[in-house]
Design a binder for this molecule. Sequence first.
Ligand code: SAM
Ligand code: DTB
Ligand code: SF4
Length: 329
Amino acid sequence: MTISQPRPADPIQAASRHDWTLDEILALLELPLVDLLWQAQAVHRTANPGYRVQLASLLSVKTGGCEEDCAYCPQSMHHSSDVSGRPELAVEPVLERARAAKAAGAHRFCMGWAWREIRDGAPFEAMLAMVQGVRELGLEACVTAGMLTDSQAQRLAEAGLTSYNHNLDTSPEHYDRIISTRTYQERLETLQRVRQAGISMCCGGIIGMGESLQDRASLLQVLAGLNPHPESVPINALVAVEGTPLEAQEPVDPLELVRMVATARILMPTSRVRLSAGREQLSREAQILCLLAGADSIFYGDTLLTTGNPAAEADRELLAAAGVTPWQG
Ligand code: SAM
Ligand code: DTB
Ligand code: SF4
């Protein structure tokens, strides 16, 4: 099977830019939808001629009780939603889930820890064993576990970690209304450590948290300004969970998500653009529009970390209806 590490250099990557202005990005986000889709498809068809979609399964290894106060997150100990009480998973049950994900057709296995930062010790040693085990199954391995040190990043790279997920979540301007316990700059530094260790970068954000169109453009500007672009860019629609400060947030118009995906695709032609949280609230047709707009990955399996996701069978039907083929696991 093919493990897709960062994709090989190609003319699109060579031509892709890191100096997009806010006005240029806003102009894309505001294009008539048909024109935006046309541009995004032209880019996507060249970068991903087979229109293939990666299926990534997600598992929460350590759930809830997190010290950070991210306003969207049900796992923060600052919110009444906190889902603590679930035992932290050990290596073997995690690998069991990874084997099941592979058997169901997943190509990447992502593991989450509700931590502010990784600390050395037994749980980190277990994380390394999980990464190694997932890679031995022939799956890509992704970890999301908060901030890390250079030496932790190095050890994760040595264990074979494919990718580290750490999202910027929103624009630098909107960020303070969402998180107070960790700065934007700290997020950027964590991402830099991941890069320096030679691990591919998974970094994106969330729409539907009360941000303006300008904020969305600004988030995309920071992401596209990273050089090289993040290999993977998750675009989440807020799942408004009861007990979080954002519980009453109105759902985003699905076409806003389509616009965000399409613009990300144009700005970052060879990145994997992941249609992430929020798919349960989308119709089949809205999801297919996101695929047309250039999304080339979905989370696969009936849960995300703590919230629901469409059933695997429904997703296989979705991809078949769209006529796109998943990467083979
Ligand atoms: N603690 C780690 C961290 O923050 O890097 C890892 C886990 S965290 C849950 C991973 C990402 O999931 C967040 O950065 C955020 O973008 C996304 N996320 C969390 N809760 C969400 C929600 N309710 N709706 C949409 N996306 C969410
Ligand atoms: C990402 O950007 N989205 C995923 C993954 N990276 C780790 C997580 C979504 C979480 C949604 C809320 C939950 O299930 O707790
Ligand atoms: Fe903690 Fe991550 Fe949730 Fe923020 S998003 S509260 S860091 S688990």
